[in-house]
Design a protein around this ligand. Structure first.
Ligand code: GDP
Length: 424
């Protein structure tokens, strides 16, 4: 049985915590897209961790963690993360890396950084982790698969081919030092040797696991609104964080995915450039940002302050729809206990017309939020583990949202810790 845990919004919905909770019930956890460009925060008995590339199952000794073919694999970043986790007393995790995953190279990070510099105030809010140049190379068939790291001459040939165009950009567009194919060949051949013990045909492994009725969890990164096709293009990422892509980037039959849990937050937050209709400003935003998450709303990868605002039911209903969510999990419900009144954005007004349908990006920039206002519950629900123990106003807030997003809210998180959770 395969289930997916994915973001319903702009990312940072608290998927890390929920993945950790669900990983406990899974035999295998798979990362299927993206790379070290986002972070999942997990708090458990070993401490607080920001995972970027490692699947969230690494804290559970019996869980096998798979990096699928769809991932942008920065090998050095992977080993840095692995070393940091081991140093803090986590037992050596079971990790498998797809032989078809492609390698994110140093020059992808350089190209990403130089391009953001060149675009200056027209930039797309990249985390400068090399993701856009990586997926561009992949689509242009200039990428290097993990399996190609083990044959030095093949690797050199692939790098030489790929560097011709890059060096033209380096010299004439960015005015930066040229890239050297031989030095890169030596470096990535050596990294390949270090990676080799983890490398297998993960697709074959997963199909066998399905036959053995293993419980498999697909772990999505970022959120639906960052999807390259369905998100707020061009303020998207360069891969697909949708559950549907889990079949492709993970290496599983689409029909094997039986459950899709979309994660959303009790309020909305977004980091990076892009349009966010229900954003707050001034003191109200400052207070919510300070109280949000377990240490305020600042990007796990970049430390950038996140935009925060009222729950956006238009964006979330759309996010659940494109994810194909069978259920929704809501995090950070405990954060809102200080408010007298809470607003929910239930529609957008665009050029004088109201709509509940999430629009294309050019229209989004003109959208104004339409709110309903509900009474707050004015109490601390942190750590509550039963739905009936929530204050009535809190339950009303959750039911209102459930109807607005047309997806059952089956998991409610009441704090950053693993045990602070309600299953309905
Ligand atoms: P992810 O990328 O979707 O995993 O989101 P992040 O981990 O970047 O952000 C979620 C933040 O919220 C982290 O700081 C979590 O520790 C925190 N968090 C998750 N669930 C809850 C919750 O229910 N309540 C509170 N207060 N914090 C939470």
């Amino acid at each position: 049985m395969v289930r997916a845990i994915v973001g319903a919004n702009w990312g940072d919905e608290g998927k890390g915590k929920l993945t950790d909770v669900l990983a406990e019930q899974s035999d295998i956890v798979i990362r299927y897209q993206g790379g070290a460009n986002a972070g999942h925060t997990i708090i458990n008995e070993y401490g607080k961790f920001a995972l970027h590339l490692l699947p969230s199952g690494i804290f559970h000794e019996n869980t096998v963690n798979v990096i699928g073919p769809g991932v942008a694999l920065d090998i050095e970043a992977l080993f840095r993360e692995l070393d940091a986790v081991l140093e803090r007393g986590v037992p050596e995790p079971k990790l498998l890396v797809s032989d078809r995953a492609q390698v994110l190279m140093d020059f992808h990070v350089l190209l990403d950084t130089y391009e953001e510099e060149r675009l200056a105030d027209r930039k797309f809010g990249s985390t400068k982790s090399g993701i856009a140049p990586f997926y561009s190379d992949k689509a242009a068939k200039m990428g290097i698969q993990v399996c190609q790291l083990f044959d030095k001459e093949l690797l050199r040939e692939r790098l030489k081919l790929s560097l011709v165009r890059k060096n033209i950009l380096m010299e004439h567009l960015y005015h930066k030092p040229l890239l050297d194919a031989d030095a890169l060949t030596e470096k990535y051949y050596a990294l390949g040797q270090r990676l080799a013990p983890y490398v297998v045909d993960t697709t074959q492994y997963l199909h066998q696991a399905l036959r053995e009725n293993k419980r498999i969890l697909l772990e999505g990164q970022l959120g639906a609104l960052r999807d390259l096709e369905h998100g707020i293009y061009p303020y998207t990422t360069s891969s697909s964080p949708l559950a549907g892509y889990g079949a492709v980037g993970g290496g599983l039959p689409p029909a094997a995915i039986k459950e899709v849990i979309a994660v959303t937050k009790a309020y909305s937050s977004s980091v990076g450039t892009g349009y966010f209709v229900s954003a707050l400003s001034g003191e109200a935003a400052e207070e919510l940002r300070r109280r949000g998450g377990d240490a305020g709303e600042y990007g796990a990868k970049t430390g950038r302050p996140r935009d925060v605002g009222w729950f956006d039911a238009v964006a979330t209903r759309y996010g659940c729809r494109v994810q194909g969510a069978t259920a929704c999990a809501m995090t950070n419900v405990d954060v809102l206990g200080y408010l007298d009144e809470i607003k929910i954005c239930v529609a957008y007004e665009i050029d004088g017309r109201q709509t509940r349908d999430f629009p294309v990006t050019p229209l989004l920039s003109r959208a104004r939020p339409v709110y309903v206002t509900l009474p707050g519950w004015k109490s601390d629900v942190r750590g509550v583990t039963s739905y009936d123990a929530l204050p009535e106003n809190c339950r009303n807030y959750l039911s209102y949202i459930e109807r607005a997003i047309e997806t059952p809210l089956t998991i409610i998180s009441t704090g950053p810790r693993r045990e602070e959770i309600i299953f309905r």
